[in-house]
Design a protein around this ligand. Structure first.
Ligand SMILES: [Zn+2]
Ligand SMILES: [Zn+2]
Ligand SMILES: [Zn+2]
Length: 155
């Protein structure tokens, strides 16, 4: 199995904490304050999507296996959707943050094909990132999706 890197957060008993993009789950890093080697406390996948904020985005997908294209109002940073023909996880090649983080409540969204829904264990249409305690700042610019053709097929 390949040795995958993660984005890791370390928190030492001495109070020192740091983050590293070169983290392996089974490898310790040294605390520069007290010189103790510790394992990562949290692991996050490295950047898999263009958008890295915590809000809902409009995403465009293109299956690398069958070429199927689709778009979704419920696309998230580092989260993919499953191509329902091939049953493989696809990450969006383009994403735009939605206005005020709101999805379109009128479009159906299948939990079965959405990595975010699986991660949350409920439909991500009901997820409000503003109630999340994650204090990460949103690095994305203020560009918003506005007018999309609702005839598109959404998950
Ligand atoms: Zn320490
Ligand atoms: Zn496919
Ligand atoms: Zn979802």
């Amino acid at each position: 199995m390949a040795h995958h890197k993660f984005f890791g957060e370390f928190s030492c008993e001495c109070g020192q904490s740091w983050k590293s993009e070169n983290t392996y789950p089974d490898e310790k890093q040294i605390c520069f304050t007290c010189k103790t080697w510790i394992y990562p406390k949290h692991l996050r996948p490295l950047r898999k999507t263009p958008y890295q904020g915590r809000y809902r985005a409009y995403g465009w997908f293109n299956c690398s296996n069958c070429g199927k294209e689709w778009s979704s109002h419920n696309s998230w940073a580092n989260m993919g959707q499953v191509c329902y023909s091939c049953d493989i996880m696809i990450y969006p090649y383009r994403q735009v943050k939605l206005k005020r983080g709101k999805g379109n409540p009128n479009t159906p969204h299948s939990e079965k094909y959405c990595e975010m829904c699986r991660h949350l264990k409920y439909n991500c249409k009901d997820y409000n990132p503003d109630t999340d305690t994650d204090t990460d700042t949103d690095p994305d610019s203020d560009d918003h999706a506005s007018d999309y053709n609702d005839d598109d097929r959404y998950y």
